[in-house]
Design a protein around this ligand. Structure first.
Ligand code: ADP
Ligand code: ZN
Length: 697
């Protein structure tokens, strides 16, 4: 019997500009099938992307497929089409997107629905036994919660309709819903702008119910899940079967969620950007909560995508609606709304009556002159804290730098101690009695001796990070219970819970504390040294600072009582500070016209090229040569320039920036940028690192 040879193309998890061809005699091969193949002497897991292709090279040189993997569920054509779109937009290979969507831990025999159900039942029984044996109320409560979750999930593995509890809307909320439906009917993405506490979440949940009732599925994206515990609980109350998905859940759990999506019957996923790459079926709605948040952007590795923008790309393949929401929308989204690409809907009023939190600015330069400062805290702030605490209110303090001290300096020779591997100062941390110098970029750490390595002089801490502020507060408020939240404390859920449940009076933390939390008794929020946030390093600095401070302000006075934001700064006249005192709309207008004047995004598209090399001179010559090559496209190129910091973990860094007009030539120019860089790498045999970042943040 003569077997017919067939040729197929395969997507491999590599930075490869093409999809290699393989042969097989398998008759039932189809697009999306999972295979293993050899490529350049190594074995890879791949996905069949085309069947019955005509080989472009000598057929005798085409290798056979090593194995078909029927145990792995096939990838849908919609998934592949989405990967191609992401790759095309973000100038990377389809294989790199595939790798992000199906990271290696996912490539094991995936579980069938049946086995999943059995596992769930076994887990449920185990937890029920644990619950019976629980000794304290707290553990009993925790175990009962897990049992409830597992029960809900088990119920969801059946084919019955997805269950949910009704959400009630206020009149302004219903009105906003009606407007959003109108935007959707016109085929546009909706942008919901509403102050913190106005009920945006309530609206997302109602929209989700509509989608589920129509037999569609829902993806609800959040920037970071660790900080969304409260949201998760709230969503679970309405959608008991919610599936939570983010990068740090167990691989087995990821497979379970993926299996549920593949089944496609009435699911609600709450996840971070990586949830976009689940094997979605019939999406009806994608919610992008806090759409302005820069955590939506993946820095590395490729694809360097933005969750919000990729969500809109994904929606097209499903005919899904997209709603973006924020109290402080990004300039990109405001621009799109102005241009009529998005439909904007606003919610003006907080659910709990009450004015917007007041803003009070404290000029720290003036206070220092008047001896109005106690360490890093002003007397004026301390007075307000005393007032709040004695009225049984809580206080949240933002200090944007973790550590005891952001840097240390020699009193004799003035040297600021730097990381041996990075061009940045090391910061001083205290862990119990242990004092350590730590680099926040590469993780390098060394014991703090207190003596300058250069001259032997005494090193002394410069400035205060969160640890030091916490220490100062403990000394000033010995009666108060004080907590700290930063990545050194692990962004601890227990710290947040203690504060939410009123066991802590004062919480000090980094940017983490500005996000998503809803604390009943929080009436005073304060920023120590806002100047670190206001420093103009790049064209987005003001936008970021404004969003951060406005979000932070929204944390206070959520339950009706009047809130207060105190800002300590050396620059009380800074436009961002002025905007917080006013409505903020003026600043948005100014920022947009500045962007237009300088031809910056959103008026243009930016592509950044990042080069890294351990050899400084080689990097300098290569980056200049690449910039010159790119200028020949022709496009507007700036750089190469040294970013700050310009050396991390022993690697020197250079950036090249390209600004592109948002017109019909855009797609073609992006493609030429990609080709130029690819051929540069080939011809120069450049061993350093080159990355392309489309729409960098
Ligand atoms: P946002 O998402 O805009 O910050 P939320 O949806 O979190 O606003 O609403 C703020 C608070 O008001 C929440 O505690 C929520 O429970 C409550 N709330 C808002 N709308 C309603 C409503 N229609 N019915 C009951 N409670 C509501
Ligand atoms: Zn370092």
């Amino acid at each position: 019997m003569v077997e017919t040879r067939r040729y197929i193309k395969v997507i491999l998890p590599l930075k490869l500009e093409w999809e290699p061809c393989y042969r097989t005699t398998e008759e039932t091969v189809g697009v999306g099938d999972r295979v293993t193949v050899s490529f350049a002497g190594r074995r890879y897991y791949g996905v069949v992307s085309e069947v019955d292709v005509t080989p472009e090279t000598d057929p005798s040189r085409i290798r056979p497929v090593d194995a078909f993997l029927p145990g792995l569920p096939a990838v849908s054509e919609v998934e592949i089409a989405f990967w191609r779109r992401v790759a095309e937009y973000y100038l990377c290979s389809v294989g790199e997107v595939f790798k992000a969507a199906y990271p290696s831990e996912k490539i094991q025999e995936e579980e069938t629905g049946r086995r999943q159900e059995e596992r769930l039942k076994a887990r449920l029984e185990a937890w029920k036994t644990k619950l019976e044996k629980a000794r304290t109320d707290a553990t009993r409560e925790r175990y009962a919660g897990t049992v409830r979750e597992l029960e809900a999930e088990l119920a969801a593995t059946g084919d019955g309709p997805v269950r949910f509890n009704p959400v009630r809307l206020t009149e302004p909320q219903s009105f906003a819903m009606e407007k959003i439906r109108e935007v959707f009917r016109s085929g546009k993405t909706a942008l919901l702008k509403g102050v913190t506490g106005s009920g945006k979440t309530q609206i997302y949940m109602s929209l989700a119910q509509e989608a589920l009732s129509a037999g569609k599925n829902v993806l609800y994206l959040v920037p970071e899940i660790a900080l969304s515990r409260q949201l998760e609980e709230r969503i679970r109350e309405v959608f008991p079967q919610v599936l939570v998905f983010h990068s740090s859940i167990a691989p087995s759990r990821k497979r379970e969620v993926a299996a549920r999506c593949r089944k496609g019957k009435g699911y609600f996923v709450l996840g971070t950007r990586s949830a976009l790459f689940l094997p979605h079926r019939d999406l009806g709605l994608i919610v992008v909560d806090e759409e302005h948040d820069s955590s939506y952007k993946q820095d590395a590795p490729a694809p360097r995508y933005h969750g919000r923008d990729a969500a809109i790309m994904l929606s097209r393949f499903h005919g899904a609606r997209v709603i973006l929401g924020s109290a402080t929308p990004s300039l990109e989204s405001l621009y799109n709304a102005e241009a009529g690409i998005y439909g904007m809907v606003t919610l003006e009023k907080r659910y709990y009556e009450g004015e917007r939190p007041e803003v009070r600015v404290i000029d720290t330069r003036a206070e220092r002159r008047k001896r109005g400062m106690v360490g890093s805290l002003s007397r004026k702030l301390l007075e307000e804290m005393v007032r709040t605490l004695s009225g049984h209110g809580q206080v949240l303090v933002l200090r944007a730098r973790r550590s005891f001290s952001p840097s240390v300096q020699c009193e004799e020779c003035g040297t600021v101690v730097k990381c041996p591997r990075c061009n940045v100062p090391v910061s001083l941390h205290k862990w119990g009695a242990r004092e350590t110098l730590v680099c926040h970029y590469c993780g390098h750490s060394e014991p703090f001796t207190g003596h300058c390595a250069r001259c032997g002089g005494t090193l002394h801490p410069l400035g205060s990070g969160t640890q030091r502020v916490e220490e100062e507060l403990k000394a000033l408020f010995p009666e108060a219970s004080i907590g700290r939240l930063d990545s050194d404390t692990g962004g601890d859920a227990a710290v947040v819970r203690d504060f939410a449940e009123g066991r802590t009076d004062i919480l000090v933390g980094t940017q983490m504390v500005t996000k998503g939390f809803d604390f009943d008794r929080l009436s005073l929020v304060a920023v120590i040294h806002a100047d670190g946030l206001l420093a103009r390093q790049d064209f987005r600095a003001d936008e970021r600072a404004f969003q951060l401070l406005e979000q932070f302000r929204g944390r206070s006075g959520r339950r009706g009582e009047k809130g207060l934001l105190i800002i300590q700064t050396d620059e009380p006249d800074h436009p961002v500070i002025k905007a917080l005192e006013g409505s903020g709309d003026g600043l948005v207008g100014t920022m947009l016209s500045e962007r237009r004047a300088f031809s910056y995004p959103p008026y243009t598209r930016m592509v950044a090229v990042i080069l890294k090399d351990t050899d400084h001179d080689r990097l300098a010559s290569h980056s200049s040569a690449l910039a010159a090559a790119l200028s020949g496209i022709p496009v507007a190129v700036t750089g190469p320039y040294a970013p700050s910091p310009d050396r991390i973990a022993g690697q020197y860094i250079r950036h090249i920036r390209i600004l592109l007009q948002r017109d019909r030539t855009l797609k073609n120019k992006k493609l030429r940028i990609w080709e130029t860089i690819a051929s540069f790498e080939r011809e120069r045999r450049y061993a350093g690192y080159i990355a392309i970042d489309v729409d960098p943040l």
